[in-house]
Ligand binder design. Structure first.
Ligand code: IVH
Length: 671
């Protein structure tokens, strides 16, 4: 027999349910009830229990999203039903023709009911659930055979590993759903910044980034890309029936699958036109790329009657948006220097309106790209907004005359120092660690919200502090004198006093924020928190070897090496020591304090609580080292009764279990 007691098993189950629920709230409904730190805490607890009792690990556990080892190549999956593509309607006339054809073929004179949906510009996938368990995830491939990317699909947090049991819809014995995997624009921007900082080529747009991420041979890499999915159409379904597209969308939503909330049931084609116009107007507000609207005949019976032609259904059409492009001239090419010294060329443009905003500069990403596209000062270029966010130079459309010389960079534009270009890397890097630009960027990062959160220390001020040599490294912030500050541009006595007060306040910081603030390449907010939870102190982290670092969730060789390299560098070590003289590290924000009265005790909650939700109460108990169970038994230590308690309270009385009020519970936790 294995070592895990029934209680531990129940505890593990309970944590999984809780984590799955919070996952669903966060990733599918976009309505989190707990903070990221609290979520990480729960996951960390589950991981610890599973590490102690490996026999309890199941494939659908939320810790097992990244389970599989990297593969050499993807296996082929045959789709039970071919994955079709969509015919396009490029303008209103073509959209009208589509509707007329549908009515003609169906011999209907009245209106056709459509479902109008966003046309996502992502990567088509198929998810296969057998008896509620995710068994296969595949790409579209050629429509008949796709690639088996199950291990990667499992890392997408909005894809349930197990369907939710729902009242209205039974879990079908077989459910195939098709959907689109996307990379949200914000994540795309961040990913490209990180890639540039590492000297890697950026992705051209979110679609390519999503495709590149999903087709990674190492699922750990995929897991670090915050991919998302929208499910939009059925494959083979057994053991459940839907009669319309709208029912299908509603049905899979109750099973926990993510569907897009913007889909709309349209009683006629004119409602589809309205939807298209509204969405075209609002598309820039979305956090994902949409390149049109998909109109689908709602009734599955009518869909069947319409059938398909040349691999496209006759019952659906993609009504495309107009492309968002503009032409403008490059006035000048300049170079900016990042925190790690990476040089990024930027095109200063003649201002031009594109997709709702005026654009006057565009990143040229790296010097290889300038060369490849032969972009020079004075050229006229075609501009697009990649992911409708970032302006992006597609190509030169008109050469300047006379033509400028090809753009080159020999010295750091900020400090005039040497630059390095490593073999095989695209980035050029300023190697001077005291380069004012590098110092400026690292201070900006240090003061930002997710790090030391120093209010009032904005970009302009940081630039002045560095320029005036008042700050040369992080520790210098804590040596600033109000008189010196007050002498700076746009700084009065009052604002300098306020700033000093804010800097003072920042001295006390949690470990996760400190780790993030150091600016270790590849270590962002999330990884910093994992490290803080796992190591608990800076000394533990500093002395960890590669093997120990790799035990932390999501940390692969690349991040581990980066952390080791950071702490191996004498200058970083000395700078950190100087910083530590000015700050105190306080416990993590999540209430990780274990209470002696609560530790190891099993609680059952019943009735409505007043000062917190049930979920909050459960979390507090777990965080304090207690356990939560859903039914009262001989093993129950305490029943917490709110108002209108259920039969659990009767059972507690029968068994002589101690009954607590909400206030009792809180004082026990607070110790
Ligand atoms: S339904 C046969 N709905 O567009 C119809 N597809 O050009 C099956 N796409 O490969 C697709 N958004 O991956 C449908 N709301 C949506 C969509 C959508 C994007 C993709 C889909 C398909 C491609 C066809």
């Amino acid at each position: 027999m294995s070592g895990a007691s029934a209680e531990t098993r129940a505890q593990v189950e309970h944590l999984r349910d809780l984590i799955n629920r919070h996952n669903y709230l966060y990733y599918v409904l976009d309505a989190p009830e707990i903070t990221d730190a609290e979520y990480d805490e729960l996951l960390h607890r589950l991981e610890t229990l599973e590490r102690e009792h490996p026999e309890l690990v199941t494939p659908d556990s939320p810790t097992q999203r990244v389970g599989a080892a990297p593969s050499e190549k993807f296996a082929t999956v045959k789709h039970r039903l071919p994955m079709l593509s969509l015919a396009n309607a490029m303008n209103a006339d073509e959209m009208r023709e589509f509707d007329q054809r549908v009515r003609r073929m169906l011999k209907v004179s009245g209106d056709i009911e459509y479902v109008a949906e966003v046309k996502f510009d992502g990567l088509a996938v198929e998810l296969v659930y057998e008896n509620g368990m995710l068994v296969v995830g595949s790409t579209r491939g050629d429509g008949v055979n796709g690639e088996d990317v199950t291990a990667n699909i499992r890392t997408i947090k909005s894809v349930p590993l197990r369907l939710m049991a729902a009242r209205a819809v039974r879990v079908p014995s077989l459910l195939e759903v098709r959907g689109e995997v996307i990379l949200p624009r914000k994540a795309f921007v961040r990913l490209n910044e990180e890639r540039l900082a590492r000297g890697e080529a950026p992705f051209a747009n979110p679609r390519n980034a999503a495709a590149g991420s999903l087709r990674q041979l190492d699922p750990r890499v995929t897991s670090r890309r915050p991919l998302d999915v929208f499910c939009h159409s059925p494959g083979v379904i057994e053991g459940a029936g839907f009669s319309t597209q709208w029912d299908f969308l509603e049905g899979i939503k109750t099973l926990g699958l993510k569907v897009n909330p913007l889909s709309r049931l349209c009683p006629s084609v004119s409602a589809v036109f309205d939807y298209w116009a509204e969405l075209a107007e609002r598309r820039h507000e979305l956090d994902y790329d949409a390149d049109g609207v998909v109109a689908k005949v709602n009734s599955f019976e009518l869909q069947e009657r319409l059938g398909e032609v040349s691999r496209s259904p006759r019952w659906a059409v993609a009504y495309k948006f107009k492309a968002q492009q503009a032409h403008t001239k490059i006035r000048k090419i300049s170079v900016s220097v990042g925190r790690t010294g990476t040089l990024t060329p930027v095109a200063d443009l003649e201002p031009v309106r594109l997709a709702g905003v005026t654009i006057s500069s565009a990143s040229l990403h790296n010097f290889d790209e300038i060369q490849r596209k032969d972009i020079r000062e004075g050229d006229t270029i075609l501009l697009e907004r990649a992911g409708d966010v970032i302006p992006y130079v597609v190509r030169v459309t008109h050469k300047g005359s006379p033509r400028a010389k090809p753009f080159t960079v020999e010295h750091c534009p900020e400090c005039g120092g040497s630059i390095a270009h490593e073999e095989g890397e695209v980035a050029y890097v300023c190697i001077n660690v005291n380069c004012p630009a590098r110092v400026r960027e690292s201070i900006r990062h240090f003061a930002s919200k997710a790090c030391f959160d120093i209010e009032g220390l904005g970009d302009k001020l940081v630039a002045q502090l560095v320029e005036k040599k008042l700050v040369r490294e992080l520790a210098d912030l804590y040596l600033l004198k109000p008189e010196k500050l007050a002498a700076l541009e746009r700084m009065g006595e009052l604002s300098s006093r306020n700033l000093i007060a804010n800097i003072e306040r920042s001295r006390s910081v949690t470990l996760d924020r400190l780790i993030n603030a150091l600016g270790i390449p590849h270590v962002g907010e999330h990884t910093a928190r994992q490290l803080a939870l796992e190591f608990g102190s800076l000394d533990e982290l500093r002395s960890a070897d590669e093997g120990r670092l790799r035990q932390v969730r999501d940390i692969g060789p690349e991040i581990a090496h980066s952390i080791l390299a950071y702490f191996a560098e004498p200058r970083n070590r000395a700078g950190l020591e100087r910083l530590l003289e000015h700050i105190v590290i306080k416990p993590l924000e999540a209430p990780a304090k274990v209470s002696a009265a609560v530790r190891g005790k099993t609680f059952v909650l019943t009735g409505a609580l007043e000062r917190m939700t049930r979920a909050e109460a459960e979390r507090k108990i777990l965080a304090a080292g207690g356990k939560v169970s859903s039914s009262v038994s001989g093993k129950t230590d305490y029943v917490v009764a709110g108002s209108e308690p259920g039969s659990k309270l009767d059972r507690a009385r029968e068994l002589g279990v101690t009954v607590l009020s909400e206030a009792d519970l809180l004082s026990m936790i607070e110790g």
